[in-house]
Design a protein around this ligand. Structure first.
Ligand code: PMP
Ligand code: GLN
Length: 383
């Protein structure tokens, strides 16, 4: 079966569709998660300098040493754990390619991978690409907590891995120690691989970002994926990485070397400069996001939405049912065409249940003027 046929059921991504619709209607775009501002100059300058100084040929497949070393230093600062940049770190073209390489490198057709729903769309696609079977555990509205019993129920002899995204898109959950320990315990007991998607690792407003790789017995079975897209407001750079034990890294590299071979050289130099940023950079980033989160959640609540305040990432999931629409798709259609505001209908993130139909996702990686204009337009809605 061709890849195109295997992916046909997924259609085109909801992000592409909503972005196009938003542009066609001149809607204020709180849909796709890209910032309305540009990334920091010190990162852009490092990439420009790399272009000027002849860093434009093929870099090593696993990534330039400067970036792998910067990733290792950051990891050691954050976790207190040492990683070997030569055998445990792979630079990829965004977290998206790291995910594809992990799925293709690690799984055999028929292997089962546990995913939490609402799910980021690249995970079921990774299953379809590799022939792995997705098994869903739903995070129920409004708390969106991991239920260890529900997790245990889907584990069976074919289960190979659990994928956790924290901070979580789209719920904004930052999973706590109890929830992640339950995941770790199941991984250890059933000898499962953990894959963690931590692209929103810096966007934490409540609680603490905990890394599954730091839980007892987990470093040797966890692949941690991230990228600089969100943390440095450079979503178009598509420069990411996978950190894990040698065996898992070897599987990722086996796929990565033939997917893209490598990641654009100047962006890797920029990313290395980014990861050397002082803590003050992140403090400012988080302070700005907290302000925008508070502005949007307060505004939505005032308009009559039932809002779950996100602990992390940069999305708000709100319950739109007070406005009387039958589902998320018709609500978003109305928002874009009649109200002039674009948002994401989350049923795209719910392959196994209808729980997304009552919800709508707004992104707050948008400047305060844009958020203010969106809220002004949303006043046209009547509960
Ligand atoms: N994972 C999640 C949960 C995301 O929201 C995104 C959004 N871009 C990605 C991965 C992709 O990251 P990248 O742009 O680095 O490929
Ligand atoms: N991660 C972004 C979001 O959730 C979209 C990335 C993409 O377009 N694939 O909005």
């Amino acid at each position: 079966m061709s890849v195109a046929s295997r992916l046909a059921p997924f259609g085109s991504t909801v992000f592409t569709e909503i972005t196009a619709l938003a542009r066609a209607h001149g809607a204020v775009d709180l849909g796709q998660g890209y910032p309305t501002w540009e990334g920091p100059d010190f990162v852009k300058e490092a990439a420009i300098e790399a272009i000027r100084s002849a860093s434009n040929q093929y870099p090593p497949s696993m990534g330039i040493p400067e970036l792998r070393e910067a990733i290792a230093r950051r990891w050691e600062t954050d976790t207190g754990l040492a990683v070997d940049p030569d055998t445990q770190i792979t630079v990829t073209s965004g977290c998206t390619e790291a995910l594809a390489a992990a799925f293709l490198g690690l799984f055999e057709p028929g292997d089962e991978v546990i995913l939490f729903e609402p799910v980021y769309d690249a995970y079921p696609v990774g299953c379809a690409l590799s022939g792995a079977v997705a098994r869903y555990v739903t995070l129920h509205h409004p708390g969106f907590r991991i239920d260890p019993e529900a997790l245990e129920r889907v584990v069976n002899p074919r289960t190979r891995a659990v994928l956790v995204n924290t901070p979580h898109n789209p719920t904004g959950r930052v999973f706590d120690r109890e929830e992640l320990e339950a995941v770790a315990e199941i991984c250890r007991r059933h000898d499962l691989i953990a894959i963690t998607d931590e692209v929103y690792e810096r966007m934490v407003y409540e609680g603490t970002h905990l890394r599954l790789a730091t839980f007892p017995g987990m470093a040797e079975r966890t692949l941690t994926l991230s990228s600089i897209g969100k943390s440095f407001s450079l979503t178009g750079w598509k420069t990411g990485w996978a950190i894990g034990p040698e065996s898992l890294t070897a599987a990722v590299r086996a796929a990565h070397q033939f997917l893209t071979f490598t990641t654009p050289n100047p962006m890797q130099h920029g990313a290395a400069a980014a990861l050397a940023a002082p803590d003050a950079y992140y403090d400012e980033l988080v302070a700005g996001y907290r302000r925008r989160r508070d502005l949007l959640t307060a505004g939505l609540a005032e308009l009559g939405f039932d809002v779950t305040v996100p602990e992390g990432a940069y999305y708000v999931l709100a319950d739109h049912t007070p406005f009387g629409f039958p589902d998320d798709v018709s609500f978003v259609q109305h928002l874009i065409t009649e109200v002039g505001v674009a948002a994401i209908p989350p049923s795209a993130f719910y392959p196994s249940s209808g729980e997304g139909r009552r919800l709508v996702r707004f992104a707050f990686c948008k400047d305060e003027e844009t958020l203010g204009e969106a809220l002004r337009r949303l006043r046209r809605l009547r509960p």
